[in-house]
Design a protein around this ligand. Structure first.
Ligand SMILES: [Zn+2]
Ligand SMILES: [Zn+2]
Length: 173
């Protein structure tokens, strides 16, 4: 699996004076961050600020994810808006446990943060549309495409009588 990159070299910023800020614009038609997260598209911008503790990342990104509707199992395009507000410590050994840090090589990989924020922004129930009718419990038809003709009863009486008919078929042997 080939992953797209959301890695940035901030070596120059680490050398710069405290308070130096760089703005970076992003515009990916589609970017695969992990096995489970592909963002299409990913647009936005962020600033990277050199602070005494490292590099502070702030920004906004907009995207969408293609997921499966929990009711009808068809594709659901879920819009995503995330806010980046994260300090990447430098040098790395100064980062408290569990905190992000700039790599020894001056690189920051934003993919784990963007992936996490994207997943956190998803609704608990992903729906293709708010009033999705889902699938028929009996025949599995997509009820967004119209009524399937199944009766409301839990057991279709036509199937029940068919079952009775099959049981009465004589055995030839
Ligand atoms: Zn649906
Ligand atoms: Zn049905």
């Amino acid at each position: 699996m080939k992953l797209s990159r959301l890695r940035f070299n901030f070596g120059f910023l680490l050398e710069a004076d405290y308070g130096t800020v760089r703005r970076i614009d992003l515009d990916y038609p589609s970017i695969r961050l992990s096995e489970d997260v592909t963002l299409t598209p990913l647009q936005g911008s962020f600033t990277a600020s050199r602070t005494t503790e490292g590099i502070y990342i702030q920004g906004e990104m907009a995207s969408s994810m293609s997921l499966e509707c929990v009711r009808c199992l068809e594709e659901a395009i879920v819009p995503i808006h995330i806010t980046l507000d994260e300090l990447y410590y430098y040098p790395p050994q100064h980062a408290p446990a569990g905190e992000h840090h700039v790599g020894e090589d001056g690189m920051i990989d934003l993919a784990p943060l963007v992936r996490e924020l994207s997943l956190l922004s998803l609704p608990i129930k992903v729906l293709c549309k708010p009033d999705c009718h889902g699938l028929c419990q009996e025949c599995g038809a997509n009820l967004n495409l119209g009524e399937c003709g199944c009766p409301d009863e839990a057991i279709d009486p036509r199937l029940a009588s068919l079952g009775a008919l099959l049981r009465t078929v004589p055995n030839d042997n």
